[in-house]
Design a protein around this ligand. Structure first.
Ligand SMILES: Cc1ncc(COP(=O)(O)O)c(C=O)c1O
Length: 402
């Protein structure tokens, strides 16, 4: 079975690491690894301040809190995104204002100009699927309007723009170590801040965040184990699916998005720090970053033969997204061939069933985002995909794309 989702970065050595940690509960909550990964990020990006959190959502939440936004303040972000991005904006009481995208899934600078008002304070620039956004134009507009720029690098750790790492262009940036991201520790996020005064404010805000409970950490450590058993049994029976569903229902494993988030609500993990055990897993994954991204690029070269460079060349191709006429039908066809394709952003604010009104999104306004979302399918690029797998996936997708 070929998967696009379901913790695709987790290799057998990562599973063994998580399993080993299960027997060392004294390491779960506090320890030296959180500080270690923060320092590694400072060195890697050459940014002075790093703050680890339980997720990208919490990283963005802390940053927006540190900025003392007022209820009327507007935060600009792109349509064609995950509800996880507007959520923290709503949690601090500010207003998300969406901007349409270009065909490469990143923010359209011309549309940004139209959405700016006297209330605009912050601009979030998202590097969707690892495609670098049009930073030169976007940063120029931000500068003209005195906007604070946050780079959303949830998909883009290790990505490059004009020879510089993504995450180094804005006033601040954040990363995600979620289960389907560039590197994974089931949950995790990192906030990077350049300005000392702002960093001090984040320190104050972070004092109100808590270290997750032992139960919470155990749940995340079980995740790689359960997923690996489930994926192995998926291939020859529906047992894998049953294991996965049962584990979710019994709360043995966590959900990436909780149901109240669909209406912009706060999930149970809001206000949590990065626990030591997950920092340990993320540190180990960070050592694999270059290998993972090189592999993604290699797989994308194969897809490019079939889909005529569907992504810009600088991408790290977290997922290789193509446009097909009937994405739902293609998912079914691929499934019959043993392939689970990705369905990220088949709604302009994903996942399915997000209550658009509650997150201030109007689907009649954002034509390009809506049109792309209707036709999006993601092909897998992760480390578990061989070149032969990629050709097989590409052939099936190509045959049924139109
Ligand atoms: C573009 C984007 N930004 C931010 C996030 C939030 O990251 P996290 O899941 O770590 O909260 C996600 C993922 O959910 C995402 O896809």
């Amino acid at each position: 079975m070929i998967f696009t989702s379901l913790s695709p970065n987790t290799e057998s050595d990562d599973v063994w690491r998580a399993a080993g940690l299960l027997f060392q509960p004294w390491m779960w909550r506090k320890g030296k690894y959180v500080g270690q990964i923060e320092r590694i990020f400072c060195d890697y990006l050459h940014i002075p301040y790093a703050f680890a959190f339980q997720s990208g959502r919490n990283a963005l939440y802390a940053l927006l809190q540190a900025q003392n936004l007022h209820p009327d303040d507007e935060v600009l972000l792109q349509a064609y995104t995950c509800v996880a991005v507007p959520e923290p904006v709503l949690w601090v009481g500010a207003k998300p204002v969406y901007v349409d995208v270009l065909a490469d899934y990143t923010m359209d600078p011309a549309d940004l100009k139209k959405r700016i008002t006297s209330k605009s304070k912050v601009l979030i620039i998202q590097h969707t699927f690892g495609n670098a956004a049009h930073l030169e134009e976007l940063l120029k507009i931000a500068q003209e309007h005195h906007l604070f720029v946050i780079e959303d690098c949830a998909h883009a750790l290790g990505g490059i723009y004009n020879g510089k790492l993504l995450g180094t262009f804005g006033d601040a940036s954040f990363f995600s170590f979620g289960r389907d991201k560039v590197i994974s520790s089931v949950f995790g996020g990192m906030l990077m801040v350049k300005d000392e005064k702002l960093a001090q404010k984040v320190v104050e805000v972070r004092k109100h965040f808590k270290i997750p409970s032992l139960w919470y950490v155990k749940q995340q450590l079980l995740h790689p184990l359960i997923l690996s058993v489930s994926k192995k049994t998926y291939t020859f029976s529906s047992l894998g699916k049953v294991i996965l569903e049962l584990s979710r229902r019994l709360h043995l494993i966590s959900k990436a998005v909780e149901s109240n988030e669909l209406s912009g609500g706060k999930p149970s993990f809001v206000g949590l720090l990065f626990p030591n055990a997950l920092a340990y897993l993320a540190l180990y994954q960070f050592k694999k970053l270059d290998r993972y991204n090189a592999h993604r690029r290699k797989i994308a070269v194969i897809y490019n033969e079939y889909f005529l460079h569907a992504h810009p060349l600088q991408s790290i191709y977290l997922r290789y997204t193509i446009q097909v006429r009937e994405p739902r039908k293609l998912i079914q066809i691929a499934r019959s061939h043993g392939i689970e394709l990705g369905d990220w952003y088949q709604q302009a604010i994903a996942p399915r069933n997000v209550e658009y009104k509650k997150v201030h999104y109007d689907p009649t306004v954002y034509m390009q985002a809506e049109s792309l979302a209707r036709k999006s399918i993601n092909l897998p690029t992760h480390i578990g995909i061989s070149e032969a797998d990629a050709r097989f996936v590409a052939r099936i997708a190509k045959d049924h794309a139109d």
